[in-house]
Design a protein around this ligand. Sequence first.
Ligand code: IMP
Ligand code: MG
Length: 175
Amino acid sequence: MSSTLSVLIPRGDIEYAVARLGRQIGIDYSGCDLVAVGILKGSFIFMADLVRQIGLPLEIDFVTVSSYGSGTKSPGNISVLHDLRVDVRDKDVLVIEDIVDSGHTISYVMKHIAEKGARSVRLCTLADKPSRRETPVHIDYLGFTVPNKFVVGYGLDFDNKFRYLPDICALENHD
Ligand code: IMP
Ligand code: MG
């Protein structure tokens, strides 16, 4: 396999966007019982940076959902592998995702958390690839809209690799 990486969103732009998002979230959730819920593994770097910009005494938790791979694009196959540990009943949940693509994963997670009795459930995603949407998703806080390319870095992976890259890069010729 030969692949080329080209920087799509440099680290400075990411840093600026994370500061902007954190500031806005801090204002919007002032006085709320905020629980930030990251979707593993892709959100881990974004979330680590974002929560340090919010400036509120929030709780942190994670969920892991099964990914349904490139071959089997059936949303019915999504399941929770590791569930929330925090009781979110009557709390305000902000779900933190790496990228919204078809929208199936995030729709499933938002519904799953809402069913636990959260007072509110909103979405903050680092990236959005709207050209690939198959189910409508409302994004409350967005870092970047990306073109229809496969992106890696800043937590985003291909085959569990490239998450460590400090920039968001387009990965070409990956198969
Ligand atoms: P969806 O259910 O199709 O919206 O898929 C969302 C999940 O697929 C994300 O949480 C990512 O883990 C993964 N994904 C989608 N597009 C990309 C990409 O361009 N790079 C890396 N991961 C991606
Ligand atoms: Mg992923």
